[in-house]
Design a protein around this ligand. Structure first.
Ligand code: PMV
Ligand code: MG
Length: 332
């Protein structure tokens, strides 16, 4: 067991369904972003954790910088039915902070760190868990920490693919966490669905980075009161159409429906489309492209689907002029 084990976890970006998916039973389409964080884990005398984000090592004693990793390790020990002090000790090193010059990309660092830590521990102990169980374990860690997200990010990062995610009832899971063992919790049916969305649509998927960090937790707290039944019903209708359209590689419908969910976000709260994201969207005008904010908005990244290579170049140039950096590009 003294070999060095390496694992990785990527990022994610929402394509559609943001905010609505916070309500149980609502859906979102989320794209994996293959910009990876890496972990190295090996046998050691005692547990030590190091991340290039903080650049110092720590153990399991209270440390707010490392709390997310420590909580993930603690949950993993609980999963094994062991005390942390009874775990085979290791050194865990995490690299790839998904940021530049202290500004995060906003492609999912906390979800990525949780999944990365779990993957490292599983590999170190030679355990194979289903993606489903990893999803529940990672959700358990984040929900216990008071994360107010839908956990769609975890679904996407764990599957490392384009997913259609239908959310579970987090209040119910919180109740189960308070009253049941982790073992029982993991055996329960949580009521979510993660569907890998295969598509033959021929387009460029472009990610524009506004370089304006936005905190999803604060955005959610601020925007959630604006979420109405009408917004939910309309968004879900568009999500149903989008799912079918992606499966059928139906470009016209994808464009129309993405514009529609973008408009719903625009009307949900003025803080979602800040000036930079409005510019990011405006840059698509007159082109065979649909562009929108992604995730909680207020900064971070926006996305575009471009159906013409020349237009892709044009929007990239327009973004550049507006101070928006092309963070990632892929042929879907
Ligand atoms: O900003 P992001 O990429 O963390 O996405 C947040 C999406 C929300 O729907 C607003 C919250 C969530 O967790 O679903
Ligand atoms: Mg964000």
């Amino acid at each position: 067991m003294n070999e060095k084990i390496q694992v990785q976890a990527g990022g994610k970006l929402y394509i559609a369904g943001e905010y609505a998916v916070l309500t149980p039973g609502q859906s979102a389409i989320i794209k994996n972003i293959p910009i990876y964080m890496n972990a190295e884990i090996k046998l050691a005398q005692s547990i030590s954790i190091w991340s290039d984000m903080f650049n110092y090592s720590t153990d399991m004693s209270k440390d707010s910088n490392y709390a997310l990793i420590q909580d993930t390790i603690a949950a993993f020990a609980e999963f094994l039915g062991k005390k942390v002090s009874d775990l085979q000790p290791f050194t865990l090193e995490i690299r790839g902070k998904l940021e530049e010059k202290g500004k995060k990309y906003g492609i999912g660092s906390s979800g990525s760190v949780t999944v990365l830590t779990l993957k490292a521990l599983l590999a170190f102990y030679h355990l194979h868990l289903s993606k489903d169980t990893i999803f529940k374990l990672a959700s358990y860690v984040l929900i216990k920490r008071g994360d107010n997200g839908s956990m769609g990010d975890l679904a996407c990062i764990i599957y490392d693919d384009l997913v259609y995610f239908t959310s579970f009832d987090r209040d119910l899971i919180r109740k189960w966490i308070a009253s049941e063992t982790l073992e029982k919790l993991l055996k329960r049916e949580w009521g979510y669905e993660i569907f890998v969305l295969k598509t033959d649509i021929n387009c460029d998927f472009l990610v524009g980075w506004t370089k304006q960090p936005s905190i999803s937790k604060d955005m959610i707290d601020y925007v959630k009161t604006a979420i109405s039944q009408k917004f939910l019903i309309q968004t879900q209708n568009h999500l149903n159409c989008l799912k079918t359209a992606f499966l059928a590689a139906d470009k016209k419908t994808i464009k129309k429906e993405l514009e529609a969910v973008s408009d719903l976000l625009l009307n949900l709260s003025p803080v979602i489309y800040n000036e930079k994201l409005l510019q990011l969207k405006r840059a698509s005008y007159g082109l065979d492209i649909v562009a929108k904010s992604s995730g909680s908005g207020g900064g971070d990244c926006g996305i575009a689907l471009s159906f013409n290579e020349k237009d892709s170049q044009t929007i990239i140039e327009r973004w550049q002029e507006a101070g928006i950096e092309l963070l990632y590009q892929e042929k879907l």
